[in-house]
Design a protein around this ligand. Structure first.
Ligand SMILES: *[C@@H]1O[C@H](CO)[C@@H](O)[C@H](O)[C@H]1NC(C)=O
Ligand SMILES: *[C@@H]1O[C@H](CO)[C@@H](O)[C@H](O)[C@H]1NC(C)=O
Ligand SMILES: *[C@@H]1O[C@H](CO)[C@@H](O)[C@H](O)[C@H]1NC(C)=O
Ligand SMILES: *[C@@H]1O[C@H](CO)[C@@H](O)[C@H](O)[C@H]1NC(C)=O
Ligand SMILES: *[C@@H]1O[C@H](CO)[C@@H](O)[C@H](O)[C@H]1NC(C)=O
Ligand SMILES: *[C@@H]1O[C@H](CO)[C@@H](O)[C@H](O)[C@H]1NC(C)=O
Length: 572
């Protein structure tokens, strides 16, 4: 194995800048309007090509010697003096809890007919890699939003499968060094905007759009490359998109590379990691979910997360085809949805639309007729993946929190000293009430709000203010591809996990942060002094730059804030 070299984020000496003539490739009018005048994209390239050296050269002062070596998590955890090892190149897409090799060892205990193999399965610590996930060969800093909606670097997601099988449906096409996303999907070959307009017509009896139908937050099940979400943005509708890691290779990686919010997930045997009554619309366009199976248990899960007067949009063959067993499936769907007192309000042009009515009398009646078990409907009978605690939050606390984060965000952006377009994919790892995310609402970013499962359930409050998020336990890796976030925010996260056991030590969470971060991405950590001083020591071993600052906390006391930045390195 060779060593590797790096281009430092704060030291651009090593970065050879090349100009990519995108405008020539795709027509100057379109890009002209997106970029304004003098449009061009600059990409910093790695230059070092010393392939035989076993040490690492760092532009600037310090020298690291991190080794390339396949390393597993050992107990007790020790970090080599030379720094955290780097995983071999072939692990450049390593997702610990969606690792096909590991899931394969479990197959005998998984119910494949319920697609359990698509859910999260995290290996025990000793079977997890403990090394930094390297970028693929020829990785380039991602193209910036909004151009990334339509174009991403081909070499960053080096998989042709999706273009081969879904090119005809206009999901994605290959275009020289780029992937091009024309905005299509299986069910909207002619583009998402027309499809979205059609859904608006269906939900408003031809009088308005989805927004006027009261849709603000959407869950897109089986989202593909997330074009649906991208084209709902102009209506100011926010979408949580998910899809499993399955035969449609890397769909979520494409979505995130484009700068569209998405995560890996599957609806199979476990509750989805979202709170009840959170979405005005759940969307399934050929989402490959057998809603009619198992007494409609998965529809009941949709019922749980759907708000009253919310829509279930179903664009799939049972909604319109009369051959094979599609009519039988349709009849089952109708009886299941009627039992839950949903109302079918439209069925045309290959799409069926139900509305979840608030109709207690209907529910009562169906319960008496034994069509439905209300208790089960309300509680839900999927495997409960999280416990909802209730957090009583007063208006004062809420207002103070919002104001506080407005100020912090201003400070953060000053400290990071980046241009407005540099940051797109953001995660608040300990979101509390979503104040940080709300303070970013005027910037061209989207935010994944994460509420740790061992915290109070404030995620419902986050959804209630129109933001999106997910429950997660940071003792386990997150369901995302490597290199998918530009900025991670960890406010008193690491101290919360101080006594949560062996697999969520500071180093474990830092390793996961590093995996999720794009090269040159930032982590903002504010925490107790004991934690921040540990991180200051550890950061260079993870190949992070670290700057220490001080800001006032809510109690107006000075608190250490670390601005860490992942360097742009690669194995050579
Ligand atoms: C890369 O390698 C070539 C030939 O091996 C050498 O001429 C060139 O100077 C190297 N470039 C850098 C930046 O080290
Ligand atoms: C797997 O799930 C199916 C329902 O889809 C059920 O009938 C079957 O009993 C399950 N198998 C096992 C081994 O649990
Ligand atoms: C892309 O993948 C192909 C085959 O999977 C491989 O031959 C090629 O080297 C890869 N290219 C890059 C830039 O990683
Ligand atoms: C939606 O309805 C409007 C008004 O009736 C119509 O002009 C438009 O073509 C419809 N759009 C679609 C996609 O059906
Ligand atoms: C939809 O509009 C048509 C024509 O304007 C009207 O006759 C019909 O009653 C409306 N349907 C609903 C459900 O409002
Ligand atoms: C949850 O909320 C309660 C009451 O507001 C509070 O006392 C408790 O500390 C909170 N728990 C956590 C883990 O934040």
């Amino acid at each position: 194995m060779g060593g590797f070299s790096m281009g430092s984020a704060f030291n651009s000496r090593s970065g050879l800048l090349i100009m990519v003539a995108l405008m020539l490739m795709a027509g100057s009018f379109y890009f002209g309007t997106l970029l304004g005048n003098n449009a061009s994209i600059y990409v910093s390239q790695l230059t070092s090509n010393s392939s035989s050296s076993s040490s690492i050269s760092v532009p600037g002062s310090s020298t690291f010697t991190n080794k390339v070596a396949l390393t597993y998590r050992e107990t007790p955890l020790t970090i080599p003096e030379s720094g955290v090892n780097v995983c071999p190149l072939k692990f450049n897409e390593y997702i610990p809890c969606h690792d096909i090799a590991y899931v394969h060892t479990l197959l005998r205990s998984l119910n494949v007919s319920r697609r359990e193999e698509l859910e999260r399965h995290c290996p025990p610590p000793d079977k997890r890699l403990f090394c930094l996930v390297p970028p693929p060969e020829d990785y380039r800093l991602p193209i910036k939003w909004p151009i990334s909606r339509d174009y991403v670097w081909r070499s960053n997601v080096n998989h042709t499968h999706l273009a081969e099988v879904k090119g005809g449906q206009n999901w994605v096409h290959e275009k020289d060094q780029l992937w091009w996303f024309p905005g299509g999907g299986t069910h909207f070959k002619h583009g998402a905007p027309e499809y979205i307009q059609r859904l608006g017509n269906l939900t408003t009896n031809e009088t308005g759009d989805l927004r006027s139908a009261g849709v603000f937050q959407v869950l897109d099940v089986g989202c593909g490359v997330a074009s649906f979400s991208a084209y709902l943005l102009p209506l100011d509708i926010h979408t949580m998109s998910f899809a499993p890691k399955d035969g449609h290779e890397n769909q979520i990686q494409f979505a995130l590379e484009r700068g569209i919010g998405a995560m890996i997930s599957a609806i199979a045997t476990k509750q989805l990691p979202y709170p009840p009554n959170s979405f005005e619309m759940v969307h399934c366009s050929r989402c490959r979910v057998d809603w009619h199976e198992n007494d409609g248990i998965l529809l009941k899960e949709v019922n749980r997360i759907l708000r009253y007067n919310g829509y279930f949009i179903y664009s799939a063959p049972p909604a319109y085809r009369k051959d094979k067993d599609f009519p039988v499936i349709w009849d089952k769907l109708v009886s299941l949805t009627s039992a839950m007192c949903w109302k079918l309000i439209a069925r045309k042009v290959q799409t069926a639309v139900w509305i979840k009515q608030e109709d207690d009398a209907c529910l009562q009646q169906n319960a008496e007729a034994k069509l439905i078990d209300i208790w089960k409907l309300l509680s839900d009978n999927l495997v409960t993946a999280f416990i909802i605690l209730h957090a009583g939050i007063s208006v004062e606390v809420f207002t103070e929190d919002s104001q506080f984060w407005q100020d912090q965000v201003r400070n953060y952006w000053k400290l990071m000293n980046v241009k407005g377009t540099e940051i797109r994919n953001v995660m608040d790892m300990n979101a509390y009430l979503g104040g940080f995310s709300a303070a970013l609402s005027k910037r061209p970013v989207w935010v994944m709000n994460v509420v740790p499962m061992t915290m109070n359930n404030t995620l419902s409050a986050i959804y209630d203010r129109g933001l999106l998020g997910v429950f997660h336990d940071w003792c386990e890796p997150f369901s995302t591809y490597p290199r998918t976030y530009d900025l991670l925010h960890a406010n008193h996260l690491l101290s919360h996990y101080k006594n949560h056991g062996e697999s969520c030590k500071v180093e474990d969470i830092m390793l996961e942060m590093d995996r999720m971060l794009r090269p040159q991405g930032f982590v903002i950590i504010r925490d107790d002094e004991s934690i921040t001083s540990r991180i200051r020591d550890l950061a260079p071993k993870f190949l992070w730059e670290v700057e220490s600052h001080s800001l006032q906390n809510k109690a107006k006391k000075d608190e250490t804030v670390l601005i860490c930045r992942k360097k742009f390195w690669s194995i050579v």
